[in-house]
Write a protein that binds this ligand. Structure first.
Ligand SMILES: NC(=O)c1ccc[n+]([C@@H]2O[C@H](COP(=O)([O-])OP(=O)(O)OC[C@H]3O[C@@H](n4cnc5c(N)ncnc54)[C@H](OP(=O)(O)O)[C@@H]3O)[C@@H](O)[C@H]2O)c1
Length: 301
């Protein structure tokens, strides 16, 4: 069994690391807030004192943090992951961040004789728990072969899209579809409801129709008051991804009109104090404007 490291043990990182532990690997981990990693220690994780200490001696090091700033914070500097990388190790960044920040890390990683891959994750916390997450990979094909067994311990499918950084673009291109679909689904449900169809019946019809993507099947029941209190993917996190998509579109001359409109609906959700909910809460923004009942009772702020 391999010696691995996992840095960033939040909602996604903790579940991914748990799968590596369950596969019998030795995993050394670090999280900015160590208390959040206690449960994983019970599952066999060795808690390290710094990202660097976690990475030392590991064959593959995985990072899964919020955004560009967080990735720079855990990767660079005297206590960062890169300072601890062994020669021939592979650093696998799984965060949804900009392609630019990943490319920025390429030279310092190469200077240690290690390899870097960008491997964002498609799926949510529940998908990871079920072992159904899929991975988009950017970077060297040989490095991918070295970490393939570890990725397959965490999920099912791997798509290599090309050189370093491209997987991050593919990931935000995927995520813009989630948000746009949720807005379209909300419009459909409310249109049907205001015409006199019970919300439950409208959702049932849509879930049995060709628009029922896995995202719609997961989140459709949310508009019936079944949204988990533990947000799967908060509005703010989705806004980060939509902004990464809009920035990439602007840079490459691809207009993203639907992404742009959906981003405004996410801002409206935050404006209404709904930012801590799953992004499916944009249904409630539209419901309020349609004089229809919201899907959740707003939390006291
Ligand atoms: N949730 C999903 O469904 C999902 C699906 C696919 C991809 N993703 C992507 O996965 C990444 C992680 O998301 P998540 O849902 O796991 O979020 P999360 O639960 O909020 O975890 C974020 C992690 O980043 C760490 N972090 C944030 N800022 C940091 C900093 N400045 N220095 C060091 N560590 C920092 C957090 O540490 P603390 O614990 O100390 O705050 C935590 O470990 C994001 O890029 C997200 O877009 C999420």
């Amino acid at each position: 069994m391999a010696r691995l490291a996992f840095v960033g043990l939040g909602a996604m990182g903790s579940r991914l690391a748990r799968r590596l532990l369950a596969a019998g690997h030795h995993v050394s981990g670090w999280n900015r807030t160590p208390d959040k990693a206690r449960e994983l220690v019970g599952a066999g994780l060795t808690l390290a004192k710094s990202p660097r200490a976690a990475a030392e001696g590991a064959e593959a090091v995985f990072t899964m943090v919020t955004d560009d700033a967080a990735l720079r914070a855990v990767a660079l500097g005297a206590d960062g992951v890169i300072a601890g990388l062994a020669a021939n190790a592979v650093l696998v960044d799984m965060s949804t961040v900009s392609p630019a920040v990943v490319r920025e890390l390429a030279a310092p990683v190469a200077a240690r004789g290690a390899a870097l891959l960008d491997v964002p994750v498609s799926g949510s916390t529940i998908t990871v728990e079920q072992g159904q997450a899929s991975f988009i990979v950017g970077g060297d094909a040989g490095a991918l072969e070295r970490v393939r067994p570890f990725l397959l311990a965490m999920g099912t499918a791997i798509t290599h899209v090309g050189e370093l950084g491209l997987a991050k673009t593919m990931k935000v291109a995927t995520n813009l579809g989630l948000a746009v679909q949720m807005l379209a689904f909300s419009e459909a449900v409310l249109l049907a409801e205001k015409a006199g169809i019970a919300r439950e019946r409208a959702v049932e019809a849509l879930l049995k129709s060709v628009v029922a993507s896995p995202m719609v099947r997961y989140r459709g029941p949310f508009v019936l008051g079944q949204m988990s209190s533990d947000a799967w993917f908060k509005v703010a996190m989705m806004q980060k991804d939509l902004q990464l998509a809009l920035d990439a579109g602007r840079a490459s001359g691809v207009p993203l009109p639907l992404t742009s409109v959906t981003q405004e609906w996410m801002t409206a959700a935050r404006g209404l104090g709904l930012g801590d909910y799953d992004f499916a809460i944009i249904f409630d923004v539209l419901a309020r404007l349609s004089s229809a009942p919201p899907s959740v009772k707003p939390r006291a702020s």
